[in-house]
Each structure stands twice: as C-alpha cells, then as structure tokens.
Ligand binder design. Sequence first.
Ligand code: FES
Ligand code: FE
Length: 428
Amino acid sequence: MGDSQFIAKDLIVDDPSKDDFKIHGSVYVDPEIFEAEIDKIFHRSWLYLAHESQIAHPNDYLTAYLGREPVILCRDDQGKIRCFLNRCRHRGTLICRSWQGNSSRFRCIFHGWSYRNDGTLIGVPGRQGYPDDFEMDELGLVEVPRIGTYKGFIFASLTQDVPSLSDHLGNTKHFIDLLVDRYPEGIEIAKGAHRYSIRSNWKLQAESELDFYHGPFLHKGFFDAIGEKEALRLDLRDKIFAIYLGRGHAIDVHHKGSDYYGLSIPLASDEELEKRLGPIGSKWSKEIIGFHMFVFPNLIIYGDHPCPMIETIRPVSVDDTEVVSVTYVPKGDDQARQEYIKKCQLVFSTTLGPAGMVTQDDAAVIKLQMDGQSAKSAPWNDLSRGIHRELKRAAIREFSDFEAMGRGTDDTLYRGIYRWWAKSLSQK
Ligand code: FES
Ligand code: FE
C-alpha cells in the first residue's frame, strides 16, 4: 500500500447501525502505515516530552525524541525552558548522549564543536581552517518550532502549524487539573525512570494501558500473589467510567464505587479544592480515586490509582516501541504524604516497569497480539464491546462536553481513538 493511495478508512469498519466496529490487523504490522503515522501524526502534533520538575534547576537537561527526531530539553542558565534538535550542526552527530544531567554547555564528541544551552555555537576547534565569512552565528542548535507547558507538563511540536496547546489538550485539562491541584503543593517527578522496549506496535501499548477488560484474566497470577480478590471482579471494572474525551484523548475513571485498592489520598483542604477546581472539580477530586488517561498520541497518565505514573510511548519501528515511565509524588513532606508516597512507590516498582509483574504480563501479551496479527487470512480485530450501551455526548453533558462514555471493560475508548487516528492519517 503506497502512501499516495493510503486511505485510513479502508482499515476500519465503523457501522453503528449494525453495532459493528473492526480494525484491520495491518494497522499494527504494515511498515508503510507506520511511516504514515510518523509523518502525519508524530511529526505534526504536540507530543509530550517531560515534566518541569525533571529539569527543575538552571542547566538541567534531558534527552528525548519527538517522533523520530532526537531532542535536548533543557533549562538555560536564565531559567528558560528550551528544546533543540539533538544534532550537531557540523556533521549531524548526536550532541548529547546522556539521558539527563546538568550542564551549561554541550560539546560534540566528534570534532569538538561546543554549544551553550541557549543553542549558541561558541567553539569550533581550528576555526582558522574555515574562510573569514564562515558564520558561527548561523550554526547554533536548531530550536524546535513549538514548545508549551500545561500545569508543569511540557509538550513540543516539530511543526509550527498546530493548534494552541490548550486546544490540543482539550478535555484532558480537567483531569490534569485534578491530578495536580488536588494536592496542597502540586506534584513532582520522583527520581529514576523505567526505560524499556516492547517488540510490538506503539498503538498496542496505548490500548493495553486503557484496557480494563483483561485484568482478571491476564493478571490473575499477580492479583493472586498480592491477595487482591476484588481486582478479579469484572462487575467492579464495569463500574469504571470509560470516557472518550475527543481529539484522540481517552480516559478510564475509577471512582469510589469501583475502588479495589483502598488508597487514601492526602488531598488539599475542601476550601482550597473548591477555590482551585470549582464546584464540579472539587466534587470529582473527592469522588475520583484515580484514572488511566491517554493523551494522544504519546502520553499515558495513571492518575493515582493504583500507581501514580507518567509514561511516554515512542514508536521506533512498526514492531518496536520504547516506553519510559516515571512516578510522580505529591510535593511536601508531611506524614500523610510520606506514607502515601511510600505505598505508591512500592506498588509502582513491584507492579510496573521491566521488573513489574503487571508490565511483564502486558508486554508478553502485546507481543502475542503482534504475532497473531501476522495471520493475514483473517485480518480483522473486533472492537464492538459496549457499542450498544455507549452514551453519546448529550447524555453526559452534565460532566463536560465529552464525546462518548462506556464502561471500563468496553471498547468505547478505542472506537474514539481510531476514528481520530483515521482522520489524522487522512490529512494531506
Ligand atoms: Fe560534531 Fe563534527 S560532527 S563536531
Ligand atoms: Fe494490564
């Protein structure tokens, strides 16, 4: 399938009159579809990079990717957050090779060209080997066209031509507000990160993070090991709200009636919550135990329940995905918060990441899904679960202007995401 004939709608059967929704297996295994995703989604959209607390001090930096393009995210010595392509202007070498650190300068390993962390080229060994009109001023690091933050979450875009970050985030902002403002002093990222590869397509990783149908089956061994019987109840998972938020974003919301971990979250005072989040947000912050949110196309946030986590998904190739996950903690050091942090970090490290029992189950089954998708004689995947009981926009307007809502075990979120995915791929 050449890119010129690429028609995303041929990859989806979407027929509400027959309660039918299917995805063609090639969306996960076709390298040309993957190339189209890089071009039309990852290189033309806001992508999540990191949280401000990961570059809290002047000269802090970290390296990451925007789609295929390596970047350096740093805070210059004036405290300004900047994002540059991680590419030497001489002969293209990766200029910074560490995951993160603190430095006001970046020096290329190849021929020693040096750059300040505001991008300026400040040193060229053997400068006299170039003509007098050789313009060092024009050879600074290339800054990415758009960078923006929302409540500490930093996003960037490789193209100027994107909507405002606020418009892009849309309804996800309600939940980012809830996540950050429910704590007296907000959140910060704890030290350390899990960084691992999954031999699978990036979309299967995103789907897995939103799937509340599989837990009692795939993770039964884990829940048995920790003695968590309630987590095996499909009826409790059906009480989770699955809300498609629009623009490819989606969320599973745990409220008190669906809780099976019994975490007690150290919230800000009632008065403070009302002031920061308004009456509805304040009510939610007390009723919502946590959530799993996908911010299209590369960010997963586990809002508190049961493991606070911020995960970045990087598509490397059609069957290779890099995952970086960190845990966040409430700022401050009073007793209740310290106990909460201890509990969450224990859950985070034993549950998620390459050594986490749940992540191992998930990574194994995602690889099995990839293997199965190669059976091209029967290529369709069924995503119709809950299509008959989905609530449309009008029915849930009292919450906000969301697009569709189903139950935690339903495929409501995937249907919304794939409609947006198809629309994104269909752009010229
Ligand atoms: Fe960087 Fe030559 S490639 S100094
Ligand atoms: Fe899982």
